[in-house]
Design a protein. Structure first.
Length: 324
């Protein structure tokens, strides 16, 4: 194995020529040997994104090297190249988050965020999604949240690793040019099939400093459309489309209908939540299922996140009810 070229732009870019000692070796295992300390998840990602090339072309991680192959190895800033971070995610968290990545190209990273995980640290949370992913993506010089989800809400979360992508998507959010659809389980039998809620929402603080939201004519205009999918044993499974992105919007609008989101510890029914927790269903049943962009770009204009299994576990534990 010998090196034949160094990129003039970066002394870390290498093109290696495969010799007989590495013939037949898988590309991912070869890269692990060349990039000491690099996690396997990083290896798979740079291969998937086409940053690693063999004979100037894209290949899969399981490609078997041949004598004479030229392997381009991109510049990387590995975690062990600098001071270690006390806030780095553990192996279990890193692996779980890596499995939740739905898309990562053209400056956009799309994650199916697990419930119970904050999007950023603070307020007693040492490590959130953004801090964890920055530690897991040490070669990214830029990585920012496009928007936020509540800690206990699962589903689609957009992050940008190119500034132009961040600015473009945030502009679409501000101008309400992004369609956002959720799935939720509400407490009680929500009658009728469709409900439009257009109530202004105002943020305020409790004496403890905790942030809350209420319906108030001095608040910001907000709209949520609820569609009932099915009712079972005093619960209603609904689709929700929101036309504005206010804090806790779905949770407060659902409560205004008299049917809080199951597991909502801020606006829900405490005794009802406790009863369902005792049955093994302790999460907030709200999932950001689909995002659709109105403006084109190099990436897909529609993303959908599979439901967390906890939704189906809950629903299948109930006897069949009325479907609308």
């Amino acid at each position: 194995m010998h090196e034949v070229l160094r990129s003039p732009e970066s002394q870390q870019v290498r093109i290696m020529v495969v010799d007989s000692g590495h013939e037949g070796q898988r590309l991912d295992n070869f890269l692990l040997g060349q990039l000491k300390g690099a996690p396997r998840t990083l290896i798979y990602r740079i291969v998937r994104r086409g940053e690693v090339r063999v004979n100037r072309g894209r290949v899969r991680a399981d490609y078997r090297l041949q004598v004479g192959d030229q392997v381009r190895i991109p510049p990387l800033r590995l975690a062990n190249d600098g001071p270690s971070s006390a806030g780095a995610p553990g192996q279990a968290m890193s692996g779980h988050l890596e499995s939740c990545v739905l898309y990562e190209q053209h400056g956009l990273l799309v994650l199916n965020k697990p419930y119970g995980l904050a999007v950023h640290g603070g307020s007693g949370v040492q490590l959130g999604v953004i801090e964890a992913l920055r530690a897991m993506r040490p070669d990214y010089t830029f990585l920012e949240l496009v928007h936020r989800l509540d800690r206990d809400t699962s589903g689609l979360l957009l992050l940008a690793y190119e500034r132009k992508v961040l600015l473009s998507l945030q502009a679409q959010l501000r101008e309400d040019h992004m369609v956002k659809r959720y799935e939720a389980v509400l407490v009680g039998d929500l009658q009728g099939r469709r409900h439009r809620v257009e109530l202004p929402l105002l943020k305020y603080l409790l004496p403890s400093g905790e942030r809350r939201v209420k319906v108030d004519r001095e608040g910001k205009a907000s709209r949520s459309d609820f569609e009932v999918k099915e009712r079972r044993q005093g619960l209603s499974r609904v689709n929700v489309r929101i036309y504005t992105g206010r804090t806790h919007q779905i949770r407060v609008h659902a409560r205004s209908l008299g049917h809080a989101v199951l597991g909502d510890d801020k606006y829900g029914d405490e005794s009802m939540n406790l009863a369902w927790r005792q049955r093994g269903h302790g999460r907030l049943f709200l999932h950001a299922r689909e995002l659709e962009f109105s403006q084109g770009g190099p990436f897909p204009q529609n993303f959908e996140a599979p439901l967390d299994p906890s939704f189906e576990v809950l629903w299948q534990s109930l006897s069949h009810g009325e479907t609308r």
